[in-house]
Write a protein that binds this ligand. Structure first.
Ligand code: ZN
Length: 261
């Protein structure tokens, strides 16, 4: 794990890239700041989390870091030990954690709930939507840190890397690390994850539905080999892709309103 600070004093703001080793956009955004540090108005901690997994271009070495929190210094897994160290690094900070996805090309934010922090920070970011994790916080950074997570776009894409840099810039401006204003979104739709959507055993998976577009009852939203999977109740697909996760397509979400500002 690489940890650097820009500015003087104890940072209350942190930016984390590379929780997942196959999502290079966050690492690039963080290293861009380290390599060419801007003038800051308050200190910021910059972290590249899972360097070994990034080096290997794998999501993780032993286990998914974003399911391994809080972890332990004596854990048997690389990610279990890393989780404990990262949890300590982020103590007493407001953190911004960068991800990318196979599910959706445009940025969106993820928080545990629509609290004061989410209302303040998320509309200042160049995102399309806020997703709240509902009960899906187990083992995630969301569970142990004061954090806003963002998905910057398609894993490995140039666009995701550009988006990640823009997201970090907006986050650092709205938290007063960098000078300048951000444009606030006046209307931001909010979704809440309600359940994971399992995959049946198959060799080929397809996603038929589009993320953030409502699937109606009876609609075929995915396929496993030649078998179509039909919705038995309406939902919004979120973080859903054919091959992004082992065992699940992603999540069914409900639309729970919006943040107006
Ligand atoms: Zn990720």
């Amino acid at each position: 794990m690489r940890v650097e600070t820009i500015g003087n004093g104890e940072p209350e703001i942190a930016v984390v890239g590379g929780i997942h080793g196959d999502e290079p956009s966050g690492q690039r955004a963080v290293e861009g700041l380290i390599d060419d540090p801007p003038e800051v108005e308050r200190p910021v901690k910059l972290i590249v989390a899972n360097e070994a997994a990034l080096e290997a271009d794998e999501r993780y070495l032993d286990e998914d870091l974003n399911r391994a929190f809080p972890g332990s210094h004596d854990a048997d897994t690389h990610e279990g030990r890393l989780a404990a160290r990262l949890t300590e690094e982020l103590e007493d900070t407001l953190a911004f954690s960068l991800h990318s996805t196979q599910s959706y090309p445009k940025p969106f934010a993820i928080t545990t709930e629509v609290d004061d922090l989410a209302r303040e920070i998320v509309p200042a970011l160049p995102v399309d939507a806020l997703v709240t994790s509902g009960e899906f916080t187990d083992g995630r950074l969301l569970d142990v840190a004061n954090v806003v997570e963002v998905e910057a776009g398609h894993q490995g894409s140039e666009r995701a890397a550009e988006n990640a840099a823009l997201l970090v810039d907006a986050f650092l401006k709205t938290t007063g690390v960098l000078p300048g204003e951000t444009e606030r979104r006046t209307h931001l739709p909010v979704y809440r994850l309600s359940r994971s959507v399992p995959k049946a055993a198959a060799t080929d998976y397809d996603l038929l539905a589009a993320n953030f577009e409502r699937v109606g009852t009876g609609e075929a939203f995915a396929a496993a080999d030649d078998e179509e999977i039909v919705a038995d109740e309406p939902f919004y697909p979120v973080l859903m892709s054919a091959e992004g996760y082992e065992g699940i397509y992603g999540y069914a979400a409900e639309r729970v309103g919006s943040i107006e500002s």
